[in-house]
Design a protein around this ligand. Structure first.
Ligand SMILES: Nc1ncnc2c1ncn2[C@@H]1O[C@H](COP(=O)(O)OP(=O)(O)O)[C@@H](O)[C@H]1O
Ligand SMILES: [Mg+2]
Length: 506
């Protein structure tokens, strides 16, 4: 706890106390018996892997989830919020993971959203602009309040959204992963603002995957794992390695086995390069990216949400144009004007949302043959041939149910993903870029996808797997690059890696 706090925790009750909180979604526990204490005038960092329950606890505090077990107390008084409005009235403001600004409104309107000052019954525009200017200036944010919100850099938008929550009078401010889209100077600015807020005796809960950020700005750190609070410690006495150990757990209670298990990367440094990128940059998304994709090798690209890997994947596929840098396929300079050009060149992409590339109203076999060259490819196949090939894939990939005539929409998500991959068996590209290929799948479907991807690799395809999930990268990659805030910060090749080493690098 910092010295500026007005109250001492010895006498005053904590600002916020959560007691024995449990919460499930459809019978699946997201929080189990969690106790959590927030003191007045502290910055409290919250860390944990994806799905650990951080956002769920915050949404209970902020009135978004009204259904839960356990007790919540503010300044020693029990409360139960029914809505975000209730929480706001009680002085709790939250900046969600997803920005909730109105891009077409001005900065001033965003700052005053829902509580615009009026004069004689009409909105006091001048007063609002002046007020917003003053408030933003007090946070060190120098921006024209009349500017359209959507025209500003994401980092600035995030700071303005934070300003809105601060000026709503919140005594407890919750920030759910606010730094992922911020540049280093913006992170510094944010930290300045947080320290000012703390100095006024208010409390902040700050969630981030960036452990360096958490350790730099927090007074106290709480670690979540698997719906439970593992430990709460003063930030001054702990380091990054200590936090990672407790985040991922080394005990045997984990069903998925130990996270420090090592996997030997089967990198192929001598395999021919199929796709190479040199010095690619794209605005705020990523910078100075150079990498080689080799035939017969799976290159994993790992990083937290917002690290730039998804945008990089889109660039490799011609979906977005890089501002600078170059791409070459088998040594020849590649100019990808669009995704069709990429497909013709032999680069295929399976996006994280499969919606855009599957035809849900069509039978399974058609989804497998509509392929690289779009419909033209289908003309090469007679319908009977189409079905025969599809049957072979359905069997080889254990697609359930094992039928080629049923509509794709009647399959589970995991089986749809297998169909999405199957078409590349018939029309193999030179390079296949997969974004989050096993997200949301059950264990069995994941294993099938791993098998399919390995099969494609063994045919000599160069494969790129982009994922924010360490498990996905560990199970698929032969070589790994780690991205952080738009840059490659580490490469693992021909060595042993583990989940904790990946997290340490990110
Ligand atoms: N609205 C929801 N419906 C169903 N499941 C949810 C919902 N919100 C969260 N969950 C589940 O609860 C668990 C905890 O999620 P969350 O609190 O978002 O984790 P974190 O913020 O730590 O990444 C996850 O398994 C997640 O899938
Ligand atoms: Mg979350």
């Amino acid at each position: 706890m910092n010295a500026d706090a007005e109250e001492s925790s010895d006498v005053a009750p904590p600002r916020l106390e959560m007691q024995a909180i449990s919460k499930s979604f459809g019978g699946v526990a997201a929080l189990r018996d969690v106790d959590f204490v927030l003191k007045a005038g502290e910055i409290h960092g919250l860390v944990g892997e994806n799905g650990a329950g951080k956002s769920t606890l915050m949404k209970i505090i902020a009135g978004v989830h009204a259904q839960y077990q356990g007790r919540m107390l503010i300044d020693g008084e029990q409360v139960h919020f029914r809505s975000a409005r209730d929480a706001l009235d009680a002085g709790i403001g939250m900046v969600h993971q997803e920005l909730s600004i109105a891009p077409d409104l001005s900065v001033a309107e965003n700052v005053y959203l829902g509580k615009q000052p009026t004069k004689g019954g009409i909105v006091d525009w001048r007063g609002m602009v002046a007020g917003a200017r003053e408030q933003l200036a007090s946070l060190g944010i120098d921006v024209d309040p009349r500017a359209r919100m959507g025209s500003l850099a994401i980092g600035l938008q995030q700071l303005i959204e934070l300003a809105r929550v601060l000026f709503s009078g919140a005594r407890i401010v919750i920030l759910d992963e606010p730094t992922s889209a911020l540049s280093p100077p913006e992170v510094e600015r944010l930290f300045e603002v947080l320290r000012q807020v703390r100095a006024s005796g208010r409390s902040i809960i700050f969630i981030s995957h960036f452990l360096d950020d958490i350790l730099a700005v927090s007074d106290t750190v709480t670690i979540f794992r698997n719906g439970r609070r593992v430990v709460t410690e003063a930030a001054s006495g702990i380091g990054k390695g200590w936090v990672i150990e407790r985040m991922i757990g080394t005990g045997h209670e984990e069903l998925e086995g130990s996270y420090t298990d090592e996997i030997a990367l089967d990198s192929k440094p001598d395999a021919p390069v199929v796709l190479s990128a040199r010095d690619l940059s794209a605005g705020r998304a990523f910078a100075d990216i150079s990498l080689d994709v080799r035939a017969g090798e799976v290159l994993g690209v790992y990083g937290f949400m917002g690290c730039g890997a998804l945008e990089l994947a889109r660039t490799l596929f011609g979906k977005t144009k890089p501002a600078t840098g170059s791409l070459a396929l088998e040594g020849r300079r590649l100019r990808l004007r669009n995704t069709a050009a990429a497909r013709r060149a032999g680069i295929a992409f399976v996006p994280e949302s499969r919606r855009s590339m599957l035809f849900y109203q069509e039978p399974v076999y058609k989804n497998m043959s509509i392929s690289v060259l779009g419909r033209i490819a289908r003309l090469w196949l007679k319908p009977a041939e189409e079905r025969r090939i599809a049957k072979k894939h359905v069997e080889a990939l254990s697609i359930r149910p094992p039928r080629v005539d049923i509509l794709l929409q009647s399959l589970s998500g995991g089986n749809q993903q297998k169909v999405a991959l199957a078409k590349w068996l018939t029309w193999p590209p030179k390079v296949l870029v997969l974004s989050e290929p096993t997200r949301g799948m059950d264990v069995g479907a994941k294993e099938d996808v791993v098998r399919i991807v390995r099969g494609l690799r063994d045919q000599g395809m160069g494969i790129v797997v982009v994922s924010t999930e360490p498990e996905t990268v560990l199970s698929l990659a032969d070589r790994v690059v780690v991205m952080k805030k738009g840059r490659i910060v580490r490469e693992f090749a021909g060595e042993k890696i583990s989940k904790d080493r990946l997290l340490e690098a990110a």
